[in-house]
Design a protein around this ligand. Structure first.
Ligand SMILES: [Zn+2]
Length: 207
C-alpha cells in the first residue's frame, strides 16, 4: 500500500535546472503570497482545510503525470527512480513486502490508493455531522508522502520533458503551494525531503 526509499547511497550532484533561472521564478501568476494561501479561511477547522486541499493537490499532480505519459513509460521508467541514487518501492499489504514497480504502475497504485482514501466517508467525511477519524492526520501524511514521491520523480527524471511541454509554470506553482502547505501543517518529516531538500528550502524562502 505504500512506498519506501531504496538504494540510498551518497547524493550525486546533478544539474538541477529548476533551482536556477529562468525556471525557478516561473509560476502561473507572479506575486503569490504563499504563506497566506495556505491559511484556512475564517471558521474552517484545520481538518476541514486539510481535507479540502488534498484532492486538488492530488488532481494537479495527476494531470502532470498524465501529460508525461509519452515519456514516463514502462520502457523508460521500469522502476521509480528519484534521481540517480534513490528508488521508490511500493510497500505492499501491511507493510511487509517491498514491490518494485514501473513508474506507470506505481502511479496507478498511487491513484487507486489515494482515490480510495479520499472517497471513504469515514476517513474524509463530507456529510454534515460526520466526524473525522482519530488517525486523520496520519492518513493525510501517507497521502502527502506519496504525492511528494510523484513530484520528486517528475522533477528529477522528467524535468526536460516538462519544460518541452511548457508545463514548468504549472508544475512549479503546484509544488510551491504543496511545499508551503506541507510545511504549515507539518505533514512530512525531514527524512522525506532528502530528494529535493535544497529546492524545498529555496521555495520556503519565497514569502
Ligand atoms: Zn518516469
Amino acid at each position: 500500500m505504500l512506498f519506501r526509499l531504496g538504494k540510498k547511497k551518497s547524493q550525486e550532484v546533478a544539474p538541477q535546472p529548476w533551482m536556477e533561472e529562468p525556471y525557478f521564478s516561473t509560476f502561473i501568476k507572479q506575486g503569490i503570497v504563499w504563506s497566506e494561501l495556505v491559511k484556512p479561511p475564517y471558521g474552517v477547522t484545520q481538518h476541514e482545510w486539510l481535507a479540502t486541499n488534498t484532492r486538488p493537490f492530488f488532481n494537479h499532480i495527476n494531470l502532470i503525470i498524465a501529460a508525461l505519459s509519452g515519456s514516463c513509460t514502462e520502457q523508460r521508467c521500469p522502476s521509480v527512480p528519484a534521481g540517480p541514487r534513490i528508488e521508490y518501492f511500493w510497500l505492499d499489504g501491511k507493510g511487509k513486502k517491498l514491490k518494485r514497480l514501473s513508474a506507470p504502475q506505481y502511479f496507478d497504485y498511487m491513484d487507486s490508493f489515494i482515490t480510495e482514501q479520499l472517497n471513504n466517508e469515514t476517513l474524509f467525511p463530507t456529510k454534515h455531522g460526520n466526524p473525522f477519524p482519530k488517525d486523520f492526520i496520519a492518513i493525510c501524511k501517507k497521502i502527502y508522502r506519496l504525492l511528494f514521491t510523484a513530484f520528486t520523480h517528475v522533477y528529477l527524471n522528467h524535468f526536460e520533458e516538462v519544460a518541452a511541454l511548457k508545463l514548468v509554470a504549472h508544475l512549479n506553482t503546484i509544488f510551491a503551494h504543496f511545499i508551503h502547505f506541507v510545511d504549515a501543517y507539518s505533514l512530512l518529516d525531514s527524512k522525506d525531503y532528502t530528494t529535493l531538500d535544497s529546492y524545498r528550502c529555496k521555495i520556503l524562502n519565497l514569502k
